[in-house]
Design a protein around this ligand. Structure first.
Ligand code: EPZ
Length: 416
């Protein structure tokens, strides 16, 4: 099992070229199930979660070939409707195959998904919405058995602005004759990107990015070339890391409005941030002020996927700060590892209080999940002495060669 080995206290300075958004690529790969023709995804970053989704498409009968940075996908001959436990359980995004398989083949047998251990992560909204749209769904022996039926309604109201449920329903309705509407839909940029990809294939989707999405079903979807948006969570993770080390950096192909909530927080900590057309420049003071309070929320609120990284930032800023996690019910597991580095953090259920320290110290720590692991890496960068981080396979799920990018900014980090 690989580990990261970090010798802390280096300032991060330079330029970061962002990869494609993991959480855009994953539903786009699922949507490719419905496309009758070749899809070329340009600069499709080879996150391990992306590779897992490629294996699922192959198991269904799709052809998926990596050509350099690009993925070439052809699901024209796709004829299987089963996603096994062994393929589904490592990733949350396996559930995104349910809507597309029902749309394309009229039936599906999909094992329950996995994903980071940050809460129960039920799929009840996915299933109740598909049932409203006429699907017959039975849950048995760890599998979801589904069949397309006659829609009871064409208007689905999501009880929570679930990203995955919005994506699943949007994909399913793309091939459903007539007009469907999703109310209280999630508005994340990755949902807009999925809609743009589907429209590029000939779908008719309007309103993505708002809380009402209208889909007019089409007969079929055709292949296209597409490049997903840059990863706003990677961008945010690096911005936080540069800020924690008192450094400065330019973030190329960044969409600043995708990170407006973070930018506002980092400015309140004393960072100078300039937002360009497709880049962000950040320069940080030697020691950050406290961000005082932060609450995670659905987009455009503060992203839950940057919460662990901000707790690491608060741990080395001046003063105290409060973090409230409103999206997932168990997203502070990594805090126990930060305490080993001398951080002063307390949490109870969704509330976390951090007292900033001017010195924290290297330790041997273990990644608990993808973004919790990223938080440990950022803390290691500012620790005095050496830090080892094990279970880096969690981190590789959503960061591509993280250690190389950080080393290019001046961090003393290597994979051992
Ligand atoms: C997506 O997960 C992302 N993953 C997550 O990123 C991200 O944190 C999350 O959206 C919120 O932005 C991918 O896109 C692959 P949700 P998803 O459905 O779709 C509850 C990362 O680190 N819920 O919006 O699973 C759920 O339990 C990952 O990159 C139900 O109750 O998120 C959670 O509390 C982590 N029933 C909340 O809604 C459902 O049927 C948000 O879930 C579905 C969700």
């Amino acid at each position: 099992m690989a580990k990261f080995f970090i010798n802390g206290k280096n300032r991060l300075c330079g330029e970061v070229e962002l990869d494609s958004a993991k959480n855009a690529l994953l539903p786009i790969l699922a949507a490719s199930i419905m496309v009758d023709g070749k899809v070329t995804l340009e600069k499709a970053t080879a996150y391990t979660d992306v590779e897992a989704m490629c294996d699922i498409l192959r198991a269904l009968g799709g052809v998926v070939v990596r050509k350099g940075d690009n993925l070439e996908i052809d699901c024209s001959m796709l004829d299987k409707c089963e996603v096994s436990h062994i393929l589904a359980s490592p990733v949350r995004s396996s559930i995104f195959t349910l809507g597309p398989l029902l749309a394309r083949l009229g039936k599906a047998k999909v094992a329950y998904p996995g994903g980071c251990d940050i809460g129960l992560r039920p799929i009840d909204i996915h299933l109740s919405s598909l049932r409203q749209l006429g699907c017959k769904i039975v849950e048995k022996n760890g599998y979801i058995y589904a069949e397309k039926g006659k829609p009871l309604t064409r208007e689905v109201f999501l009880p929570f602005q679930s990203v995955g449920a919005t994506e699943n329903i949007m994909m399913f309705c793309s091939l459903l004759p007539g007009k469907s509407k999703i109310y209280n839909s999630a508005k994340e940029p990755e949902i807009v990107d999925l809609a743009n990809f589907l429209n590029c294939c000939g779908a008719k989707i309007e309103g993505s990015g708002s809380d009402v999405i209208t889909i007019t079903g089409v007969e079929n979807l055709e292949g296209c070339n597409y490049r997903a948006i840059s990863d706003r969570i990677e961008c945010g993770t690096f911005m936080i890391g540069v800020a924690m080390t008192g450094g400065e950096a330019k973030f190329a192909n960044a969409v600043s409005k995708h990170n407006s909530a973070l930018i506002e927080k980092l400015k309140s900590c004393g960072c100078l941030i300039k937002e360009g057309e497709d880049e962000i420049f950040l320069s940080a003071p030697k020691r950050l002020e406290s961000f005082v309070e932060l609450e995670t929320a659905v987009y455009p609120g503060f992203p839950t996927d940057l919460q662990p990284q901000m707790v690491a930032l608060g741990s080395v800023s001046k003063g105290c700060s409060l973090v409230i996690e409103n999206v997932f019910e168990n997203r502070f597991a990594y805090v126990g590892e930060l305490l080993k580095m001398g951080c002063d953090i307390r949490f109870k259920s969704s509330i976390c209080i951090i007292r900033g320290k001017d010195r924290i110290f290297g330790a041997d720590v273990v990644s608990t999940d993808l973004r919790g692991g990223a938080s440990l890496v950022l803390a290691g960068l500012v620790c005095e002495g050496y830090t080892t981080i094990s279970r880096v396979e969690f981190i590789d799920r959503g960061y591509f060669h993280l250690e190389d990018k950080l080393a290019r900014l001046g961090a003393d980090i290597k994979r051992i």
